[in-house]
Design a protein around this ligand. Structure first.
Ligand SMILES: Nc1ncnc2c1ncn2[C@@H]1O[C@H](COP(=O)(O)OP(=O)(O)OP(=O)(O)O)[C@@H](O)[C@H]1O
Ligand SMILES: [Mg+2]
Length: 164
């Protein structure tokens, strides 16, 4: 994990130099989310959103494949210890489809929801605790974090002080 680039009151920016750094950030996020919350992942195709989720899931001990659930919209990773839901809304035609998908049932307080392409669910999705934006750049990926709730503020604090 490379050094923090910039911090203001509500956001943090990191530079991730390679795929391993993006995965490591996912593991760091798992620890900082304390297992629950709503986290959105924005950025263009191939920005590294799924890579970050893969790193997070590997840190739970999950060894199976982790792909963008582009066609199924959601992939569930449930165990005795935790419930993690990975959404990819890229192919969502209308935010109201989230209602039919039973999206609200996933938003339980003890669940961690990670949402790629949140803009496709605009108007239906509640405010995320944490917004992550990945931007490709010559050095790798720039990752920006913004808190949207008090819980998100606490997560930002953990991400800043905890070991990556
Ligand atoms: N920090 C990084 N520096 C350089 N390459 C990276 C970095 N992080 C991830 N990558 C690479 O970028 C690609 C990202 O693919 P990934 O599937 O994670 O993107 P995505 O944002 O989920 O795309 P999509 O919107 O299509 O689902 C992978 O090839 C991965 O190896
Ligand atoms: Mg993806």
């Amino acid at each position: 994990m490379k050094p923090l680039k910039h911090r203001d009151e509500k956001s943090l920016t990191w530079m991730l130099l390679d795929e391993a750094a993006t995965m490591a950030f996912g593991a760091h996020l798992l620890r900082s989310a304390l297992g629950h919350g709503l986290v959105t992942l924005s950025g263009p195709l191939g920005a590294g959103k799924t890579t970050l989720v893969r790193g997070l899931l590997r840190a739970t001990g999950y060894q199976g494949a982790v792909k963008s659930p582009t066609f199924t919209l959601v992939e569930s990773y449930e165990s005795k210890e935790r419930s993690i839901y990975h959404f990819d809304l890229y192919r969502l035609a209308d935010p109201d489809e989230l209602e039919w998908l039973g999206f609200r049932d996933y938003l339980r307080p003890e669940a961690l929801c990670l949402i790629e392409w949140p803009e496709k669910g605009a108007g239906f999705l509640p405010s995320p605790d944490l917004e992550i934006t990945l931007t490709p750049c010559p050095e790798g990926r720039k990752l920006k974090l913004s808190a949207g709730t008090l819980k998100g503020d606490a997560m930002l604090g953990c991400l800043l002080t905890g070991d990556p």
